[in-house]
Design a protein around this ligand. Structure first.
Ligand code: GUN
Ligand code: ZN
Length: 449
């Protein structure tokens, strides 16, 4: 399975919400198909020579990280909207339902023109990759052709993704609404389109069933999408319990349902491959429904602050066994960077702590790092392939250089261990770094930036 490639230097990854590993003089070996075959701490130079022989590694196949560089798993964005990129940072003066009506729907309607979609999606996908996102769960729009454009761009860049043709057949303006038949037919057409060999051979992109949210989907549409998802064994993504006004509207639309989560459940849309964004206001019954179905939550804290939706406390969800990941939720969220999603999640946890007058915060920086990497992989049910550097997983990774920050840290202080220094560099990067610190981006062993 050679030729192999090796990485030597500081490697950091998580193995659970509360556990991480640092390999100070680590060695990671990747085979020709991009699969990790070795991960270990190098004990001696003899051991290195032995491994080089074993894997027939030439000197130029060994990438040596510098003192200020480290390798981490690629970021996983569990929820984002490619067509909303033009609105990044603007139009955040209204709550969710008015924001959709005034800013979001008009912007999304422009994707009817595939030239506009090509321009918008090219810039958005490149911006995610530049920021270290190796896997993303994308919402496109209801437009079939533009959704294909997004799949082509993501595929051409070599990024890993779920891509959703959005479904919406009611309660939206004429210019952004499909009929029930159009919605189901174009969903099937998109699934068929993704069966082409150039997509299936790479195996990086999956179509995701993407009802926008309950208010814009008729009962028949939701049921139809549930059937398609289970027939084709596809992942599902949508929005749930983001805003109080939205929840009240769902109650009006489905007076006989147990609750908002119950509407998705009765439509067959909650599965182990479902990610519901937001979930700020889940009731105990809804938490139980999510947990029982195995559905995951994308915590989109930046968006929840910007649209004044609310502050999600993820701890009760995690304690109920619900898998949680982070989402940038552009353009409710104001950054395509998962670093911003990490920082926003920390602020949400601190807000929860302050409001509860509690002594400790229930999310720390390494917990947030987990959510942005292995947590994302678990939410997508892709943790057998990605999320950390465990052998047999794919090499989705970032080379980070914290040079600027390292200069100011006294990393040679007598009481500082190498582990302390490496952790300090990672934390500095997570809290204060940006795309300039991301030197290279790899997906399945292939350098995509
Ligand atoms: N709910 C339904 N559509 C959207 C959207 O585009 N963004 C957010 N944040 N919430 C939604
Ligand atoms: Zn969203």
């Amino acid at each position: 399975r050679g030729p192999y490639t090796a990485w030597q230097g500081c490697l950091i990854h998580t193995i659970s919400f509360t556990e991480f590993q640092i390999f100070n003089n680590g060695l990671l070996i990747v085979d020709a198909s991009g699969v990790i075959t070795e991960l270990r701490e190098l004990e001696s130079s003899d051991q290195m020579e032995e491994l080089k022989r074993q894997y027939s590694l030439q000197e130029d196949q060994v990438n040596r990280l510098t003192e200020t560089q480290f390798l981490i798993p690629g970021f996983i964005d569990g929820h984002t909207h490619a067509p909303q990129y033009p609105n990044l940072g603007i139009g955040l003066d209204l709550p969710l339902m008015d924001w959709l009506e005034k800013y979001t729907f008009p912007t999304e309607s422009k994707m009817k023109d595939t030239n506009v979609a090509t321009q918008t999606y090219t810039r958005f996908v490149d911006s995610l990759i530049k920021n270290g996102t190796t896997t993303a769960c994308y919402f496109a729009t209801m437009h079939l052709e533009a959704t294909k454009v997004l799949a082509e761009i993501v595929s051409s860049r070599g990024q890993r993704a779920w891509i959703g043709k959005v479904n919406m057949d009611c309660n939206s303006p004429d210019f952004l609404r499909e009929t029930l038949e159009e919605s189901l037919e174009s969903t099937i057409a998109f699934i068929d389109f993704m069966k082409q060999e150039r997509f299936t051979e790479a195996g990086l992109i999956e179509p995701a069933i993407t009802p926008r949210f309950v208010p814009t989907c008729s009962e028949r549409l939701l049921k139809g999408l549930g059937e398609i998802a289970s027939k084709h064994k596809l992942p599902i993504q949508s929005h749930l319990c983001e805003n109080r006004q939205e929840i009240a509207f769902v109650k009006e639309l489905f007076p006989n349902a147990d609750n908002y989560t119950g509407v998705y459940q009765q439509s067959g849309l909650l599965s182990r491959r479902t990610i519901m964004a937001h979930c700020v206001y889940l009731t105990p019954d809804e938490i139980q429904k999510m947990a029982a179905s195995g559905a995951a939550v994308a915590h989109c804290a930046s968006s929840n602050f910007n649209l004044s939706s609310g502050v999600l406390d993820i701890k009760p969800l995690i304690n109920s066994g619900i898998r949680v990941c982070l989402g940038t939720d552009v353009s409710g969220g104001t950054s395509p960077s998962m670093l911003h999603a990490i920082r926003s999640a920390l602020i949400a946890a601190q807000t929860t702590q302050i409001n509860a007058n509690a002594d400790v915060c229930n999310l720390d920086i390494m917990g947030a790092f987990f959510l942005a990497t292995l947590g994302g992989a678990q939410a997508m049910a892709l943790d057998d392939k990605i999320g950390n550097f465990a052998p047999k997983k794919h090499f989705d990774a970032l080379v980070v250089d914290a040079t600027e920050h390292a200069d100011l840290l006294d990393l040679t202080a007598k009481d500082a261990t190498k582990v302390d220094s490496a952790l300090a560099l990672l934390k500095k990067f997570l809290m204060t770094g940006d795309d300039r610190n991301i030197v290279n981006v790899f997906v399945k062993g292939r350098k995509i930036r």
